[in-house]
Write a protein that binds this ligand. Structure first.
Ligand code: FES
Length: 164
């Protein structure tokens, strides 16, 4: 925990401990620690002199900020209408079936976390997912299985995809 508090000090200095930079501060903490624990949320609120409830609600709102431990790989799926119309339901089911978990969950082996996200601005190549931040478009059931298989078979993340 002391390590996380030292990181908090570093991140706060990065943004001049400005409460207006709350989202960026929480994002950086999430990226650098894997997730923002309850203790860290309280510390952020105290250091920025913001209500704890506000800090918690901001952290919970943004999909780029995690308040729960994530798997080694994070899959996010766009849940907005254009992707849904383009076949998102099939892709949604393929992700849940292939990983054996529901959205919002992490596999028991700690490898995969499934999350939803809102429009990524790539509606023309929907349905769209991201794996560890890399975007993949025109997703289908078969492409989900192929992509996840590629990641499972490669310790470096296996990212060779792209939006098209
Ligand atoms: S609606 Fe999915 S990327 Fe825009």
């Amino acid at each position: 925990m002391e390590e996380h508090m030292n990181l908090l000090t570093t991140v706060l200095e990065r943004y001049g401990a400005d409460p207006e930079a709350l989202v960026e501060i929480l994002r950086d903490l999430s990226q650098e620690t894997g997730y923002v624990s309850q203790e860290l949320l309280v510390a952020v609120a105290d250091r920025l002199q913001l209500p704890r409830s506000h800090v918690h609600s901001v952290a919970s709102f943004y999909s780029m900020i995690s308040v729960e431990p994530r798997g080694r790989h994070t899959v996010q799926m766009c849940q907005d209408a254009p992707c849904h119309v383009a076949g998102g339901r099939e892709v949604w089911q393929a992700l849940e079936e292939t990983l054996g978990i529901h959205f919002g969950e992490t596999t028991p082996d700690g490898e995969w976390t499934l999350q939803v996200t809102s429009c990524l601005g790539l509606c023309s190549v929907g349905p769209v997912i991201t794996i560890d931040g890399e975007v993949f478009g025109n997703m289908t059931h078969a492409k989900v299985q192929e992509l996840l298989g590629r990641y499972r078979g490669c310790c470096c993340g296996g990212s060779q995809g792209g939006a098209a």
